[in-house]
Design a protein around this ligand. Structure first.
Ligand code: NAD
Length: 256
């Protein structure tokens, strides 16, 4: 059980991050939810998790596009035994037209935020003598698709950084791994359906079937609960010697 452990999950008021928070809390961890907003409904998500699981759950606002706010999130949480770097955004456009501000935002949120939170969290993990860094990368951390230059670059980058963190903590009871999901039907994926329809001149159904699940041999979306379960596994003693690697949850995508 993860009783007594505190987990920070960045970008967790929606989608995979929220699913991971639920599963870690069900496994006994106290969770810290995060996003860049500070609405009643954000705090209500934490209250609901606390009520359902009997663990403590908090919501802390911090913008993962800003390095100082990433570090402040870890500071404000007080303890961080489990760090799940999940915050991420997407933008779909050919590289010639790719908006510079989208490139910068994707590199900041999907890659640099994990550098800042990890740097802030590792000293506490070293002192506590236990820690888990889990980076939510992507099948796009291992392979590429057209029109996703910034995302693919950031996700390959975070897979590389995961390996470095693993080497720098190898002789301590700390592990660092990246989970590489294939397509999961979250708001992030919903949002790229219209742009992909435009890029490929396809209907919504065809984008789901012929572009998204085309790459996923199982022909099914992965679920946020399955990704949460993978995080719980990485926090278990069975995973003590799993470090510096990637775990694909992609229905066979990267086997192709
Ligand atoms: P989502 O849009 O549902 O969730 C993204 C989360 O990040 C939200 O909670 C959002 O509030 C938060 N976020 C965005 N910008 C932020 C910022 N500046 N500061 C703090 N939080 C911010 O998307 P998702 O699909 O759940 O994506 C979560 C992660 O999983 C991302 O890193 C994404 O790249 C990765 N991923 C998703 C899929 C998929 O198919 N959905 C596949 C592979 C990887």
């Amino acid at each position: 059980s993860l009783n007594g452990k505190t987990a920070i999950i960045t970008g967790s008021n929606s989608g995979i991050g929220l699913g991971v928070a639920w599963e870690l809390a069900r496994a006994g961890a106290d969770v810290v939810l995060n996003s860049f907003t500070d609405r009643d409904e954000d705090h209500a998500l934490a209250e609901e998790i606390a009520k359902e699981t009997g663990t403590s759950a908090r919501y802390i606002k911090a913008d993962m596009s800003k390095g100082d706010e990433c570090r402040a999130l870890v500071e404000k949480a007080g303890t961080c035994d489990i760090l799940v770097n999940n915050a991420g955004i997407q933008h779909v456009a050919g590289i010639d037209e790719f908006p510079v501000e989208k490139w910068d935002a994707i590199i900041a949120i999907n890659l640099s935020s994990a550098f800042h939170t990890t740097a802030a969290a590792l000293p506490g993990m070293r002192k506590a003598g236990w820690g888990r860094v889990i980076n939510i990368a992507s099948a796009h951390g291992l392979t590429a698709s057209p029109y996703k230059s910034a995302y693919v670059a950031a996700k390959h980058g975070i897979v590389g950084m995961t390996k470095v963190v693993a080497l720098e903590t190898a002789q301590q009871p700390i592990t660092a791994n990246a989970i590489c999901p294939g397509y999961v039907l979250t708001p992030l994926v919903e949002a790229q359906i219209p742009e992909t329809m435009k890029e490929y001149d396809m209907s919504r159904e065809d984008v789901i079937k012929k572009v998204m699940l085309e790459r996923q041999p199982s022909k099914e979306f992965a679920t946020v609960e399955q990704l949460g379960g993978t995080c719980v596994f990485l926090c278990s003693p069975a995973a003590d010697q799993i470090t510096g690697t990637t775990i694909s949850v992609d229905g066979g995508w990267t086997a192709l």
